[in-house]
Design a protein around this ligand. Structure first.
Ligand SMILES: Cc1cc2nc3c(=O)[nH]c(=O)nc-3n(C[C@H](O)[C@H](O)[C@H](O)COP(=O)(O)OP(=O)(O)OC[C@H]3O[C@@H](n4cnc5c(N)ncnc54)[C@H](O)[C@@H]3O)c2cc1C
Length: 386
């Protein structure tokens, strides 16, 4: 019997894994949960005794059953640069606050909201559900760590409620396939974002241990994208303690080490180095991102880039745009992003060792030194090649 289950298949042992959590959300027996891999990314654990081997998890899994590229490659139906009219809300958002505008538009249509908040006591980011824009406030701001999706995803499959779901492109494309399979697509509006990949939780936890300087890291709230120093390339990473306020602040412009490793993709999840969801490859109705580049170089408050790919996405964005100042994307800007193909870049030099070192006492400092050696080595190699 055990062998028969093996033949039908389950996602047991999937590693590397996107960590989208759709297997755990969908399992009809509830026998798939998510646990941390050796490198500390979310991977599925299957209760073999309870598994009936139906294979649904395998069919939904973007690692085992890649989503056909042609179904992901989207046309931009509406493209815009946008920023919230409300200055306080804009300051609290990572880019131009396009997600906040979409939330406001859908609140009027009776939607609930599924997005990511940071949970200090568990040192992790989690998808959560909210029924009002106010209750969704903890979702504001990018959390540069991998989120745990499955409990919230599973909850939304129940009942008949309508949901806006925001997540990384792999989470959203996998979730799209799940709701298609269940034939409940009309209950959802899906939003993803241009994604730099998610780093190992080992990096975050090792960093926290160092930055907390003896305090309990589970008492520290975190924000990764403060705008105190402006917006483009001006990320501020801040840790705050209820009693003492800010206890750590670091700036990307000054090579703050956590942001440096995030931006250099030193310890991203392995599938991130071969991401199938770049350009306009997406399972979402709307994709948002930072509007980097010359056009808004002087802007210090934040500008979102918004691309609607479906008729529903275009309709939602037209309603959301009333909360924003907007400018259209030029045809050249749209053509450039539509032409971008899936990513294939090798993982960072020494990535495996870097992640291993993070597990040692004082591991963040060791791993950081190791990556500096890697950078020097890469520079030397470039020099010899010239
Ligand atoms: C890990 C990560 C990497 C990113 N890389 C890029 C990039 O390279 N280029 C670029 O242009 N934009 C990138 N973004 C997107 C960008 O930072 C903004 O999140 C996006 O433009 C939305 O901005 P906003 O002002 O509308 O949203 P905000 O109001 O700040 O809301 C952000 C939304 O993102 C969701 N979210 C936050 N953290 C996570 C997470 N860890 N996993 C899943 N969902 C999350 C929240 O639920 C929230 O709805 C990245 C975001 C993340 C989380």
């Amino acid at each position: 019997m055990a062998q028969e289950k093996e033949r039908v298949g389950s996602v047991a042992g999937t590693d590397p894994c996107h960590g989208c959590g759709v297997c755990a959300a969908a399992c009809p027996k509830g026998c798939v949960t998510l646990a941390r891999s050796r490198e500390e990314f979310w991977v599925p654990r299957v209760d073999a005794a309870a598994c009936v081997g139906c294979g649904l998890c395998v069919r939904l899994c973007p690692t085992h059953t890649p989503i056909p590229r042609e179904t992901l490659h989207r046309k931009v139906l509406v493209g815009a640069a946008a920023w919230l009219k409300d200055a306080a809300e804009l300051r609290a958002s990572s880019s131009g606050g396009a997600v906040g505008a979409i939330v406001e538009a859908l609140a009027g249509e009776g939607y609930g909201f599924c997005g990511v908040r940071y949970v200090p006591e568990r040192l992790r980011a989690e998808h959560f559900l909210a029924t009002t824009p106010e209750a969704f406030a903890p979702a504001r701001g990018s959390k540069y760590i991998q989120s745990l999706t499955a409990p919230a995803f599973r909850e939304m499959l129940r009942g008949k409620d309508k949901w806006l779901v925001v997540g990384t492109p792999c989470q959203i494309a996998a979730f799209r396939r799940l709701i298609q399979t269940r034939q409940i697509e009309e209950r959802f509006v899906l939003v993803d974002f241009v994604c730099h990949g998610v780093p190992s939780a080992k990096l975050w936890e090792a960093f926290l241990r160092r930055a907390a300087k003896g305090r309990d890291p589970r008492r520290l709230d975190a924000s990764w994208r403060g705008k105190a120093r402006g917006w483009q390339d001006a990320y501020v990473l801040r840790l705050t303690d209820d009693a003492r306020g800010t206890i750590y602040e670091g700036y990307a412009s000054e090579n703050e080490p956590y942001l440096r490793h995030f931006l250099r993709r030193t310890a991203q999840n392995l599938p991130c180095y071969a991401c199938a969801f770049v350009g306009t490859h997406s399972g979402a109705d709307i994709r948002v991102g930072d509007f980097w580049g010359e056009r808004f170089k002087a802007n210090t408050a934040g500008v979102s880039r918004v691309e609607a790919y479906t008729a529903r996405g275009a309709e939602v964005w037209r309603a959301a745009a009333t909360w924003c100042e907007t400018e259209p994307l030029t045809p050249a800007e749209i053509a450039a992003v539509e032409a971008r193909m899936p990513l294939a870049e090798p993982p960072a030099w020494g990535r495996k060792t870097f992640i291993r070192l993070l597990g040692l006492p004082g591991g963040f400092a060791w791993a950081h030194r190791w990556s500096l050696i890697g950078c020097a080595w890469a520079r030397l190699r470039r020099l010899f090649r010239k």
